[in-house]
Write a protein that binds this ligand. Structure first.
Ligand SMILES: NC(=O)c1ccc[n+]([C@@H]2O[C@H](COP(=O)([O-])OP(=O)(O)OC[C@H]3O[C@@H](n4cnc5c(N)ncnc54)[C@H](OP(=O)(O)O)[C@@H]3O)[C@@H](O)[C@H]2O)c1
Length: 310
């Protein structure tokens, strides 16, 4: 691995974060049905109590509500919290000035003067990677973000972002991508290895595969809402993996499947940011820390996941 720059070192020291897409989103997560603002506040507090201090949100989540809720919760805690949010590349945002402008909106909702990580949520169809990074450079120079990240960037775009920022002596801090035992694209296509080589932190989203890896869903008990449709073909295949995860969890003193799923991501050298709807989930997910799967266990899980994904 290359030397990690001093600006981004803090990200490499974080083992796990907390995802806040669930806070306010009604499209995928049915916020307001089965869980409420009180529940997500307790999830936030439980995470802090367990030592999780890195929260990932986005202007898109709940149409700004996730950022507003996080802002409210931050006012009620004395604990230092590291904040990551994201710029959404709507097609009508076609100038670099759109980034500092959108970040000002995020800061107002969050009630803070700067964030620790500002990420481009997806590649843009109307603004080149160079243009996006020029906007990010303005954000860094104005002191409104400490570091810059991308999300859902393939290797070519990620390297273009890395080079564009390097021209301004700014490191690319992170690439936030889908990574779990049920989605290993970034491991197979070399993105994870390239991130390690360049000192870019790979932030793993959907590390519990939106609840599937907890083992609580099955073909006869599918997840609610749009998740049912997107996982219709995967669900019947995952039982051997869930069974092995449960066995391995037992060998580690009764760790849950979700904890095994998160520990696997950590063992791979990535930073998982599980989403939590309530304190119970947040607390359980924090129990992925403080122990490690063995190399043989990781290899066994890899083998079974390969059979499912082939
Ligand atoms: N950059 C991007 O494009 C992008 C995309 C997706 C996500 N993200 C970020 O990544 C974060 C995490 O990803 P994600 O929310 O998609 O998926 P995830 O973390 O894999 O799954 C979260 C969901 O799993 C269930 N769950 C969580 N902990 C559990 C536990 N201990 N036991 C049982 N069920 C549990 C909950 O849903 P139920 O209780 O309803 O099952 C929860 O909403 C998001 O919050 C967001 O910050 C980013």
């Amino acid at each position: 691995m290359t030397d990690i720059s001093s600006e981004t070192r803090f990200l490499h020291a974080i083992e796990m974060g907390l995802g806040a897409w669930q806070w306010g989103d009604r499209i995928v997560w049915q916020y307001g049905h089965g869980y409420s603002v009180e529940d997500v506040k307790l999830a936030f507090e439980a995470s802090l109590n367990e030592g999780i201090r890195f929260v990932d949100t986005a202007e898109l989540y709940g149409n700004g509500l996730s950022e507003r809720l996080l802002g409210r919760f931050l006012k009620d805690t004395e604990q230092p919290v590291l904040i990551a949010t994201k710029f959404f590349p709507w097609p009508w945002r076609f100038t670099k000035g759109a980034l500092p402008k959108a970040l000002r909106g995020s800061l107002a909702r969050l009630g803070v003067e700067s964030v620790d990580l500002y990420q481009v949520h997806w590649p843009s169809v109307t603004l080149s990677t160079d243009g996006l990074m020029e906007g990010m450079v303005e954000c860094v120079k104005s002191g409104t973000t400490r570091t810059v990240g991308v999300s859902n960037f393939g290797q070519t775009r990620m390297l273009a972002a890395y080079s564009a920022l390097a021209r301004h002596n700014i490191p690319l801090a992170s690439n936030q991508v889908h990574y779990s035992l049920l989605n290993r694209t970034v491991e197979k296509n070399g993105t994870l290895a390239r991130c390690k080589e360049l000192g870019i932190r790979l932030i793993a989203y959907s590390p519990i595969e939106k609840g599937l890896l907890s083992g609580k869903y099955s073909p006869s008990n599918p997840p609610p809402g749009s998740r049912a449709g997107s996982y219709i073909t995967l669900l019947p295949k995952i039982q051997p993996l869930i069974k092995k995860m449960t066995e391995i969890g037992q060998d580690h003193g009764g760790k849950s499947n979700a904890q095994v799923a998160l520990n696997w991501v950590i063992c791979k050298g990535a930073l998982p940011i599980p989403g939590a709807k309530n304190a119970e989930q947040a607390q359980q997910n924090a129990g992925a820390l403080g122990w490690r799967l063995t190399e043989a266990e990781v290899a066994k899980l890899d083998e079974i996941s390969d059979q499912i994904l082939e």
